[in-house]
Design a protein around this ligand. Structure first.
Ligand code: SF4
Length: 593
């Protein structure tokens, strides 16, 4: 069907802050966003062409170039890699005789990678035209290739291809307690806004995104900020490789999440909520919209909620577009406003200058669900579990070398070993807790505890057994950060790229001790000088691995103390190609270099 840009723009009321959503519709219709469409869109929205172009260029799921009638993106996450995604991708590339990321000459298909699809418990996985397919095998890749060859629209593919399994393996305090729709809202209303703020503060609830900031303090600061307009934003953009708990929470507990958002709105005096959902979870859009509409009909959203005069609140859904940095709250707000997801300078903080510069509460899915439970059952609900500094429970996404990957809920204070035993891990060499930006634990540290005061985590738990090459794990993480750096500040832009190159050299056996020193130095520099959390934490896996798996590095390093970072032999590759020579004599002896 021909692109009807005016209809799309009209559907979004010509609002430039809807730009990311508008671009999703253009991509769905055309498969790319052509330069003339960019021009027309800028005119229709009354913004500069450069602004639209900048947004198109920023997000991985948008493209100003045609990517083929079928765009296949394999998850590049380490757990998918360990499950064989690289081999399956190679197989598909050779089937279509196309280079990675290139479009076949007939414009049929391109085959590339994306950082993580949030299906680490059922990988390898891929996205085809934005739709997720999990549990890939040689056979399914053959079937997918045949459908693509036959030019069969994705909508007509067998529906079982797109089945996402639910792996909710362990429920505790939060997920085992059921609430009827409206129960938490009613409790908040009868308690009153100030008392609800106090209850949240007294519960000791801390943000479940990893940093652990007090939710009560955040809500109170937003409520106290001047001005009549406030917002509640739910960050459902969990892009950290190894994290998929929001997928389960949004599938089974979305009602509780919306309840938590309404409680927050009542407590701080907000009338609008925004749910920012990562684009990889596009399959959740329909059920979420349906649930929102049911809640409107039930009087749990809209005007005068629960017959409370002036309690007006509704929730809008926004889809991200494949930028990991948008998990950072200020970058997420920029994205919600239809801009590139560049993290803002802080202060000021979102509680006073958030969405559209208005006071805004930004919490993640798990935090808002916990807040709903506190509103219903009181502060003691959370205090009944966990530790003094970390009350309540944590929902974990467990993947990698375990018999039962999936989502597990535990009281804070639970040991890493307990989680591993329950998930069926044996011969564990290392656990990456909190995703690539988190903490790499070696075998001797498994008695440490999941808690803000010991091992804090946003929820990812990737397990590697004794057969795994830890350098390939770190190599994957450094590539991830190089790919996801937004490029705004120099330490992170240059540092993540340098780290990826140095790590590739070390892993390939051509790195020197000097390279190991350099990669540690670059990681430290990023930690202290980067603009946002992505750059600050990008060197963590390198530093942890150097400290805990040094022998693995030493086995790969050249014995010479200093080797030039510049690889002269590699630089001579074009000359070899031009001369048609690739024999031993056409290579430099690197040992002697
Ligand atoms: Fe962007 Fe990295 Fe700088 Fe953050 S640290 S602003 S992701 S370049």
């Amino acid at each position: 069907m021909a692109l009807d840009l005016s209809a799309i723009v009209a559907r979004h009321h010509g609002d430039p802050s809807r730009l990311v959503q508008i671009l999703h519709e253009v991509m769905a219709s055309e498969g790319y966003i052509s330069p003339p469409v960019i021009t027309d869109l800028a005119r229709a929205l009354g913004v500069s062409r450069g602004q639209v172009e900048g947004v198109v260029g920023f997000y991985a799921f948008f493209s100003s170039e045609f990517r083929g009638r079928f765009t296949v993106l394999f998850s590049d996450n380490i757990t998918d890699e360990l499950a064989g995604s690289r081999e399956l991708r190679e197989h598909m590339l050779s089937t279509f005789e196309v280079a990675p990321g290139q479009v076949t000459r007939d414009g049929l298909v391109s085959v590339g990678t994306t950082s993580c699809t949030g299906l680490c418990d059922q990988g390898p996985a891929l996205l085809v035209n934005g739709r997720a397919i999990a549990r890939l095998s040689r056979a399914t890749i053959g079937a997918i290739s045949a459908l693509i060859r036959g030019n069969t629209p994705v909508e007509q593919w067998p529906s079982n291809f797109f089945t996402i399994e639910s792996h909710l393996e362990r429920k505790d305090l939060l997920l085992a307690t059921l609430l009827a729709p409206g129960e938490a809202i009613d409790a908040a209303v009868s308690r009153g806004a100030s008392a609800t703020l106090a209850e949240i503060a007294n519960s000791g609830l801390r943000g479940r995104g990893g940093a652990g900031f007090s939710t009560g303090a955040k809500w109170a600061a937003c409520a106290a900020a001047p001005g009549p307009e406030r917002y509640i934003v739910c960050n459902a953009d969990e892009g950290e490789p190894g994290t998929f708990k929001d997928r389960e929470l949004l599938t089974h507990y979305a009602g509780l999440l919306f309840e938590g958002m309404a409680v927050a709105a009542f407590a701080v005096g907000a009338s609008k909520g925004l749910l920012y959902l990562r684009a990889e979870y596009a399959f959740l859009v329909e059920p979420l919209l349906l649930l929102l509409s049911e809640r409107r009909k039930a009087g749990l959203l809209g005007k005068d909620i629960r017959a409370v005069h002036g309690f007006d609140f509704d929730i809008e859904l926004h889809l991200g577009a494949g930028a990991y940095v948008c998990g950072e709250e200020s970058a997420l707000l920029e994205s919600l406003e239809g801009k590139r997801g560049i993290p803002r300078n802080r202060p000021p903080y979102p509680v006073t200058h958030g969405y559209k510069q208005k006071p805004t509460v930004v919490n993640n899915v798990e935090t808002l669900i916990a807040a709903a439970m506190v509103a219903r059952h009181g502060a003691q609900f959370l205090r009944a579990a966990g530790t003094a500094k970390s009350p309540g429970t944590k929902v974990l996404s467990v993947s990698g070398d375990v018999a039962r990957p999936g989502v597990y809920e535990y009281p804070f204070g639970t040991s890493v070993q307990q989680v591993l035993s329950d998930a069926g891990a044996t011969d564990t060499q290392a656990v990456q807790v909190g995703g690539p930006s988190g903490t790499l634990l070696a075998n001797g540290e498994l008695q440490r505890r999941i808690a803000f005061e010991d091992v804090p985590t946003a929820g990812a738990f990737m397990v590697f057994n004794g057969t795994r090459d830890m350098l390939s794990v770190v190599d994957n993480f450094t590539r991830f950060f190089a790919h996801e750096s937004c490029g705004f500040c120099t330490p992170c832009r240059v540092g993540t790229t340098l780290n990826a190159r140095l790590m590739a050299r070390i892993r390939s056996g051509t790195g020197s001790r000097r390279d190991a020193k350099d990669i540690a130095r670059v990681s430290q520099i990023m930690k202290t000088t980067s603009h946002c959390g992505l750059g600050v934490t990008a060197g963590n896996p390198v530093l942890d691995a150097l400290a805990k798996f040094r022998p693995a590095f030493d086995r790969q390093l050249r014995s010479l103390d200093v080797l030039p970072t510049f690889d002269l032999d590699e630089a001579l590759a074009p000359a070899r190609e031009a001369s048609g020579r690739d024999d031993q004599g056409a290579h430099l002896d690197n040992e002697g270099a």
